[in-house]
Design a protein around this ligand. Structure first.
Ligand SMILES: *Cc1c(COP(=O)(O)O)cnc(C)c1O
Length: 402
């Protein structure tokens, strides 16, 4: 199995984790070649997740912008409301095949925790989720969801009590319990084979989208655009078009309050090479090499690193990585609500905002395919709070000007 992407990736873990990683690698290699594994995955995708997800032409938004046509790959319509479940189902199937009895996960905003708790219930497996104590407070509704689904949530108080500390705790649990425990990682990060395995499970997005585009529009999109937190929905979309050099691949990072300070989550555009979560990758760190807590209006993009394959795609030029800040994401969120009757996740709104920037510069014959990674019901309170703080800020700016 390929464990490196250029200089990125690998297995930078304690010696004690090498054996469980090798066991996982061997099991995944066997599973991916087994037609029965694929049949079962496809069946759950269809009957439980509700795939395939459609492609929607955003007609009113596109006509308003007066340029390229914007197409939406509707991962928001999946059961649980986002793409994450594609991956947790794949990993739970693999866990069962390996005879593992217990699922563990780490979560930041709580979405991966919910997706893992969901499949644990579906497969009748106990599930424990590590979550920074600060995130437990910030993301209370998702903590309730996980509990409702039968999972146990462990608040982590070490370090800054956020995602990176939760990852360390989950790894620690795995080392001690790897005989009966499967560690479900939520994005294309972590030590090999996770980045490749998660990409493969999420590639259902891109493979479907490519076929749907050809069927519906008789051609491939000109650009495939997706937001990048850890990078799993983007890798899933890109996987369908990676061998089509005429399709531009565009990842969109969270610019938060701007790249000049620390308040963003743009690991490729604003980070440096380091080791996080068992892999060599670009990450946000201080000059001393300490991991910095990220910031974005969208909690799901708040991962201080990024999947190693994205770093490689960036270096080789196969994909480009743009930055969208909080204000632009919120404006895109509003636009999709008003023009299309779709409330998008704030994460996905970053990808949409990039398409909104690009569309007017392109002709009507061009197609921009945006991965709508999730629905935005979970973000309502965040959006309202953000708008309230902005109107407060502009009122203050107005006064200062007078
Ligand atoms: C978690 C999440 C993301 C970010 O994760 P990736 O691994 O980068 O895809 C994006 N969109 C939604 C809706 C999410 O829940």
């Amino acid at each position: 199995m390929k464990s490196h992407y250029g200089i990125y990736g690998g297995q930078y873990v304690a010696e004690t984790l090498m054996a469980p990683l090798q066991e996982l690698e061997a099991a995944y290699e066997a599973a991916r070649k087994d037609p029965e594994f694929k049949r079962e995955f496809d069946e759950i995708m269809r009957d439980y997740v509700g795939r395939e997800s459609p492609i929607t032409y955003a007609r009113r938004l596109s006509e308003h912008l007066g340029g390229a046509r914007i197409l939406l790959k509707r991962e928001d319509l999946n059961h649980t409301g986002a793409h994450k479940v594609n991956n947790t189902i794949g990993q739970a199937l693999l866990a069962r095949r390996m005879g593992k009895k217990r699922l563990i996960a780490e979560t930041g905003a709580g979405m991966h925790g919910v997706a893992t708790a969901t499949v644990a219930a579906l497969f009748g497996m106990p599930c424990e989720v590590y979550m920074g104590a600060i995130d437990v407070e910030r993301q209370a509704p998702n903590v309730e969801r996980m509990k409702m689904l039968g999972a146990k949530v462990h608040p982590v108080t070490e370090g800054s009590a956020t995602l990176k500390d939760a990852m360390n705790e989950a790894l620690r649990d795995w080392v001690s319990n790897c005989d009966d425990t499967f560690y479900v990682i939520g994005t294309v990060a972590g030590p090999a084979p996770y980045p490749e395995m998660v990409r493969d499970f999420q590639s259902v997005i891109g493979v479907e989208a490519r076929r749907q585009c050809l069927e519906k529009f008789g051609r491939l999109p000109d650009e495939a655009i997706a937001c990048v937190g850890g990078g799993s929905n983007a890798m899933g979309l890109f996987a369908g078009f990676i061998d089509d050099p005429e399709v531009k691949l565009v990842g969109v990072e969270a610019g938060g309050r701007g790249l000049s300070g620390h308040e963003h989550a743009a690991s490729i555009n604003g980070g440096r090479l380091g080791v996080l979560h068992g892999a060599k990758t670009m990450l946000l760190q201080t000059d001393e090499g300490n991991v910095i807590d990220t910031y974005s209006v969208s909690a799901g993009l708040d991962y201080p690193g990024v999947g190693p394959e994205h770093c490689h795609l960036h270096d080789t030029g196969r994909a480009e990585y743009a930055v969208i800040d909080d204000d632009e994401a919120i404006a895109a969120f509003d636009a999709l609500c008003r023009f299309e009757g779709i409330i998008p996740a704030l994460e996905s709104s970053h990808a949409l905002a990039e398409a909104i920037k690009r569309a007017p510069r392109l002709g009507r014959d061009r197609l921009l395919l945006v991965n709508l990674s999730g629905r935005g019901d979970k973000d309502m309170e965040n959006v309202m709070r953000y708008k309230a703080s902005r109107s407060g800020a502009s009122a203050a700016e107005g006064k200062a000007a007078v």
